[in-house]
Design a protein around this ligand. Sequence first.
Ligand SMILES: [Zn+2]
Length: 285
Amino acid sequence: MSWRKKVVIFVLAVSVFFVWYAVFAESRDGLMVYFFDVGQGDSIFIQVENGTQILIDGGPDDAVLAELGRVMPFYDRTIDMVVLTHPDADHLNGLVEVLERYRVKTVLETGVKHETAQYAEWNKRLSERGIPIVHAVRGQVFRIDDGLMLSVLAPFSSQNEKEAKKINNTGVVARLDYYDTSLLFTADIEKDIEEILAAVFADSIDADVLKVAHHGSKTSSVADFLAAVTPEAAVISVGKSNRYGHPAPEVLNRFENIKARIFRTDIDGAVVLRADENGYAFIRQ
Ligand SMILES: [Zn+2]
């Protein structure tokens, strides 16, 4: 065989490989939710069957980039929506790096005032890149795919340009509904917001899976809130031997009392959920 033929065959083989790689990588059935292991912080990646990708928070540093690299095809440099729940470092910092490496189509955030260098950098990069921003407020619903919607449950009023007494309580609370499966993402909200949600909006917070608020801090996950959510599973995103003592033993007890399965990123590593029209399961990666 001439070297020219060999080159042609090699090139064809390589292109066939990439076509199939792309087909397999893009054609995941159903919904995948990855609670990344980013140490002390939150970062959650949602991959939808129709190709939509959503990233909620970015953790405290660039660890999120390696996590994204493991679950996104290498040629995919676009994320459809990035949600910044609130501008504390353990949610924001990784996202500043994400803006550098990925083309982000939309940002959902509160716009609350907060004086840190990283938040200033985030806002600078958003405006430099002209990324459309949606300011989160209760009542917004994003219809993402057949049977799939993302709803904003808090903040209850716009926080854009507002000063906050407690930044944790300005956080974006969102629920994801996919056929019969529901997940509730509670950022770092504390008991004040949990109590309002449980007392006034109990119908909207019943969910199968709860991303536990504020890394399992004892200032969150109050009993009334858990009684309204009735989660089958609780996911705690938390760093190993963190200096805050998260998750608090009393919070773990509360989840044990309601017989919720507990997943922890400090013990389990990344926690991965797959859902389809028939239900959901946590899977090993
Ligand atoms: Zn946090």
